[in-house]
Each structure stands twice: as C-alpha cells, then as structure tokens.
Ligand binder design. Structure first.
Ligand SMILES: *Cc1c(COP(=O)(O)O)cnc(C)c1O
Length: 401
C-alpha cells in the first residue's frame, strides 16, 4: 500500500488529496465551515469531549466555527453571555419550553403571544401534563397574583405579535423574581437591538433570526440567548438531546446581514412611523397600533424601555367595514405582498380577526369605540411615497369613509 500522497491510488486521492492551500487569505467575512465529522488530532482529544469547559469541537451538529461566530455576534448585540442557534424561531420557543418545564409545572403566557407559541403551549397542556394559563398582556404587577407554587416560567412578548401591546416588563420581572420564577421574552420585534432584556433582569431572550437578522426573507433560524451560565447549560443540553442544529450556510447568510442590521432597522423605523402617522389621519382607521404612537396600549412602556421602533405595526379599521370588505382592501394593495413572516425588504399586509385569537377575552381593550377588523402591516424598504399612495388608493376604492 503506497504511504505517501503521490503514490496513492486515484480512488484514495479522490478522498485524501493532501491539499496545500497557502495560508494568509483574509476577508471581513468569516469562513463557512461545514462539517458533521470533526477531526480530532488524537484519541486523547476525542475522549476529552465532556460537556462543559472543553475547548474541543466535537460534532458539527453542536457547533462549528461559523455558528460560533454568529452566536458571539448576536450575544454582543443583545448583551447576552451565550447564544444557542435553532432551525427556526419556533424551535427556539420550543427549546425554552422543553428545557424548563416538567409534567406538573405551570407556565404563564401573554394572551397576545405569537400564534404558534400559543399552539405549542396548548400542546404541552394537552399531552405533557403542564398547565398553561394566558394573561392579559397589560396586567403589569398584577401578574404576581397569578403566580402559583408550581409556576416555573413567565413568557413575555414585547410588543405582542399582532395587537402590539407593550407590556410593563419591569413590573412582570419584579413579580417573577420575588417568587423565583424564570422569565423569557420573545424579542423578535426589536431584533435584539432596541430592547435589552438582560439589563431588565429577564432570564432568556428568544429571537426569530428569520426576520430582520437575516433580512432577506430567505432564511429560517432562531436563537435563545441568556446570561446565566447554569441556565445556558440546561438549555444547551436540551438542544443537544433534541438534535437541533443549523446549517453553516444559513449562519453565513445571517452573519452577512448583521453589519447592516442597525441601519436597516433605522430605515424601517423611519418609514413605518411615517406610514403609521399618515394612517392615523384616515377616517377609515380607528386605531393605529404602533408602539411609538399614543394609541398603542403600553406606549409609555415603549418610551421607557425601547431605544427605537421597527417596521411592524397594525391598524384597527372602523367596525362598519365587514371582514369581506377588509379582505378586499388588503387584496387591492399592490405594493404590499400577502404573506407570513417579515423583516425583509418587501412590505407585507395580513388581516386578522382578533376576537377568535384571544380566548382570555382581553380584546378589544376597554373603552375603545368602533373597533373592527385589524390589518397588520410590515413596512419594508420601499419609498414611503409609493406605499402611502398604494394605501390611499386601496382605502378609497375598497372602504368608503
Ligand atoms: C416569526 C416569529 C417567530 C417564529 O419564527 P420562525 O423562524 O418563523 O419559526 C417567533 N416569534 C415571533 C414574534 C415571530 O414574529
């Protein structure tokens, strides 16, 4: 059997070409390391694969230098210590549930939570012996009265996915800490940039990287961030047992988009506020649910807790318009695509019939007059003059004031 490369048979050289790539190439972009097998230099290295503290790479499912680069970048932006990457935002939510809850435990979830999070909770309640209770997102310190001895986790979402209430996260965290209950927030709306959960004492942050962090409407990924080492170890172990990993190519795509994240968010913010303010003058619209505008429940908490707003908000139309009319308005929009997810360059619109989504009955808020159907708008990176012209035309042709 020939022992050096030159003497090997072609079939071996196809597998072991013994490449000599000159070192020294440098670029701003970290290399994309793909790999299932991690090659160890010797058996001692292979055997020293204990969970914590090891500096060895072990297996491509758990981490690669490319995923590690993304983890560190995200932790730096949000002020976390550790990041775990998951194949979607929903998988990140699922990781938090499975890492922290056991049969017999109780969890509190806001009534306006991201729909699939609600369904996930209902599944745990039905099949895994966990009690899941939904609270009014504006409950504030009142959450204390809902905490039971077996309550392990309180979810928050700020603002809520569709109805955009901004909770008093300080009051909720204070009540949770007093009773030793962990808190987790879905921080997707602020992309981990405009709201700093760890400075507020929140234990876990979840981000759907699918949204602004990827920015291209073409990657699915999620992250769970934390500051406490022991908590991270629990989350990490659950992630490993679930077999949840991410592709290095997808990590590369998110890493590529992160340097422009702050300037993209600022552009979405400026454009969304302009469109929201224009809509607030329209006779067809009874409420503009944008955290930076007065109408939005929790506006004062947004002012206290956030350093900016982003591209997603909602409008509530007058109750005189039927669901069919509101659907026709959305379908008449030409600059806004109809579709889920957001965070990319393209503007989107989706109508929602909120009462059917809120079993705890916290909708519409007390004192609101004439609240009808809701339309969620996502303002992308188009020129706002075109977006406003499109909205004006669709309002005027499909809904009469
Ligand atoms: C989109 C979204 C998620 C889920 O992200 P996916 O990657 O689509 O699973 C979770 N939370 C919020 C608030 C979202 O908007």
């Amino acid at each position: 059997m020939p022992s050096d490369d030159d003497g090997a048979y072609p079939q071996t050289l196809a597998v072991q070409p013994g490449l000599q790539i000159p070192p020294g190439f440098d670029s701003f972009s970290p290399p994309t390391w793909r790999g299932s097998t991690v090659v160890f230099r010797n058996l001692a290295e292979l055997r020293a694969h204990g969970d914590a503290g090891t500096t060895y790479w072990r297996y491509g499912l758990h981490a690669t230098p490319t995923s590690e680069a993304l983890c560190q970048h995200l932790a730096k932006l949000e002020g976390a210590r550790d990041t775990l990457l998951l194949p979607s935002g929903l998988a990140a939510i699922s990781l938090v549930y499975f890492a922290l809850l056991r049969s017999g435990d109780d969890v509190l979830v806001p009534d306006n939570v991201y729909g699939p999070n609600r369904e996930h909770g209902e599944w745990l309640a039905r099949d895994f012996g966990v009690t899941v209770r939904y609270y009014d997102p504006m409950i504030g310190a009142g959450i204390g009265a809902l905490i039971r001895p077996n309550t392990r986790l309180i979810w928050m979402e700020s603002p809520g996915s569709v109805t955009m209430e901004v909770p008093d996260s300080e009051a909720i965290v204070a009540a949770a800490r007093e009773r030793g209950v962990l808190t987790a927030i879905d921080n997707t709306w602020s992309a981990g940039l405009y709201f700093r959960p760890f400075d507020k004492g929140i234990d876990i942050s979840v981000q759907a990287l699918t949204k602004y962090q990827s920015g291209g409407s073409d990657v699915l990924m999620g992250a769970v961030l934390s500051r406490d080492e022991a908590l991270h170890a629990r989350l990490k172990r659950t992630r490993m047992l679930m077999g949840w990993g991410v592709s290095a190519d997808d990590c590369f795509l998110v890493l590529r988009a992160l340097p422009s994240l702050p300037v993209r968010l600022a552009a979405h913010d400026r454009a969304a506020r302009e469109v929201a303010e224009w809509l607030s003058q329209r006779p067809e619209v009874v409420k503009v649910l944008h955290p930076a505008l007065q109408d939005c429940p929790g506006h004062a908490f947004w002012r206290r807790d956030f350093s900016g707003a982003t591209g997603l908000f909602a409008i509530v139309l007058h109750e005189r318009y039927t669901r069919a009319q509101v659907d026709a308005f959305v379908e008449a929009l030409e600059r806004f695509a109809i579709g889920w997810s957001w965070g990319g360059a393209h503007s989107l619109a989706v109508p929602y019939h909120v009462p059917s989504m809120r079993p705890a009955g916290s909708w519409p808020p007390e004192g609101w007059q004439h609240a009808g159907e809701l339309v969620r708008l996502y303002i992308g990176l188009e020129d706002t003059r075109d977006l406003i012209a499109d909205l004006r035309r669709a309002l005027e042709t499909k809904l009469s004031a």
